[in-house]
Design a protein around this ligand. Structure first.
Ligand code: ARG
Length: 458
């Protein structure tokens, strides 16, 4: 298609290094949609005849059915999806196909196709995350009262409820979705009509093509338009951050499913066995979600490094933008679906979680707070007194609520029997009623509010 000024064809290696058809054929729908919008606009503006525009339109429809049924052939000589589609169109409709590329370059074409593709990817990721949020909501509601240890430094800190813990992830995914929506709004401008880099002398209507492709309007600078891949980087940024959150949740499942913890057992559907140890049930999917987050972040780094030294406008390096985006998108989709399945089907073991919450003197803060509230002790002093009570219990091999009153009063005589009302894990979680706190009533409230917000979105 560009052979006019060449006497010889490219070497086999040149052909191979140059070709993007093996991966960019994935954008065939976007490519045909872009061509359809462009051809209609050329016809409407009188740049090509109405007959040619109509022939191209029919041809593109036929080509779409052909690709749909048979896939896109990988002919390296045709380089990329843009040339492959145009070549096949010419075979199908004849010379009219040669008018399609009027007032267009592959540079604005690929920028348009890729934006359309990434825009769909954003929508898919957002919807999938919404389903994961719904799964978390259901389990959080079910476990609004299930007590488990809350950790800092992975040391038992204070009792919390599982519902509260799961809702923490709901919040992370809410931020991820909001970032995806922001990115979508910013990327939704159409580069088509920027041509190779400088715009075109033909009387094109960029508003029309932008509208036909569902964009909010045309991009404003032709040089920027053909060289901008911010939209892909932003998508990968969102994907990497989402994957990071998925990885943290996956890690919790790995820890919780281990025998010493035993907080959760994953359903058979989400467990794997060992080829040598017959007793094993491994959380492979959770581990792979954790692993995939590394590859997704790698995709972001890969594209940023590809782009960082490029002068304006288009350079062929930019052809390398697609593989990391496609890979990250596939891995992200799998990871979200796997986490959703695990959350939906996991069995949380309340007794184990409660027993663990009762270890580690998890209600020590409640004792200190009681001294502040009931005996007017300054918090620093209350902290010290409680530390002594913990040391005493630890030495005796008892929980705090198992120390008798005489032992507690020996440490500080301002303590009375009322203190036992705050030393149980249930009393502890129920008392944390501050906005955003772990009290079951608060958790139920937050589930309800979140569910209302989800319904309003729908
Ligand atoms: N396959 C190319 C890409 O993905 C399309 C643009 C080619 N433009 C060019 N000037 N060679 O980037």
């Amino acid at each position: 298609m560009w052979g006019g000024r060449f006497a010889e064809g490219p070497s086999a290696v040149m052909r191979e290094i140059n070709a993007s058809i093996p991966f960019d054929k994935r954008m065939w729908r976007q490519d045909l949609a872009g061509s359809r919008a462009h051809a209609e606009m050329l016809g409407a503006q009188g740049i090509i005849t109405a007959d040619d525009a109509k022939a191209i339109g029919f041809g593109l429809d036929a080509l779409a059915s052909e690709y749909d049924e048979q896939g896109v052939p990988e002919n390296l000589a045709l380089e990329d999806i843009h040339m492959a589609a145009e070549h096949r169109l010419a075979e199908m409709i004849g010379p009219a196909a040669g008018r399609l590329h009027t007032a267009r370059s592959r540079n604005d074409q690929v920028a348009t196709d890729f934006r359309l593709w990434v825009r769909d990817a954003v929508d898919q990721a957002e919807a999938a995350l919404g389903a994961l949020q719904d799964a978390l909501l259901a389990r959080a509601e079910e476990h609004a009262e299930s007590v488990m240890p809350g950790f800092t430094h992975l040391q038992v800190a204070q009792p919390v409820t599982l519902g509260h813990h799961l809702m923490a992830y709901f919040e992370m995914f809410a931020r991820d979705r909001s970032r995806l929506r922001d990115a979508r709004a910013r990327m939704n401008l159409c580069p088509l009509g920027s041509a190779a880099l400088a715009g075109t002398g033909f009387a094109i209507d960029r508003d029309a093509t932008a509208a036909a492709l569902g964009f909010d309007g045309p991009t404003r600078n032709s040089l920027d338009s053909v060289s901008d891949r911010d939209f892909a980087i932003e998508y990968l940024t969102c994907a990497a951050q989402t994957a990071l959150h998925l990885s943290r949740l996956a890690e919790e499942f790995v820890i919780w499913a281990s025998q010493p913890f035993g907080f959760v057992s994953l359903s058979d559907q989400w467990s794997t066995g060992s080829s040598i140890m017959p007793q094993k049930r491994n959380p492979d999917a959770a581990e792979l979600v954790r692993g995939h987050s590394g590859r997704i972040t790698g995709a972001l780094v890969s594209l940023m490094i590809t782009m960082k030294g490029l002068p304006l406008a288009y350079s062929k390096d930019m052809q390398d933008d697609k593989p990391p985006v496609f890979e990250a998108h596939d891995l992200l989709g799998l990871s979200i679906a796997a986490m959703t399945g695990m959350v939906e089907s996991a069995t949380f073991r309340r007794t184990r979680m409660r027993a663990a919450a009762e270890t580690g003197f998890s209600t020590a803060t409640d004792l200190a707070d009681w001294l502040v509230r009931e005996a007017g002790v300054p918090f620093r002093e209350a902290h010290h007194i409680t530390g002594r009570a913990v040391a005493r219990a630890d030495a005796a091999g008892l929980r705090l609520d198992q120390l008798d009153l005489a032992a507690l009063q020996e440490i500080d005589d301002r303590i009375d029997g009322g203190v036992y009302g705050v030393l149980s894990v249930d009393a502890s979680v129920s008392s944390r009623t501050s906005f955003g706190g772990t009290a079951p009533a608060r958790v139920r409230e937050s589930v309800k509010a979140a569910r209302r917000a989800r319904e309003e979105e729908a």
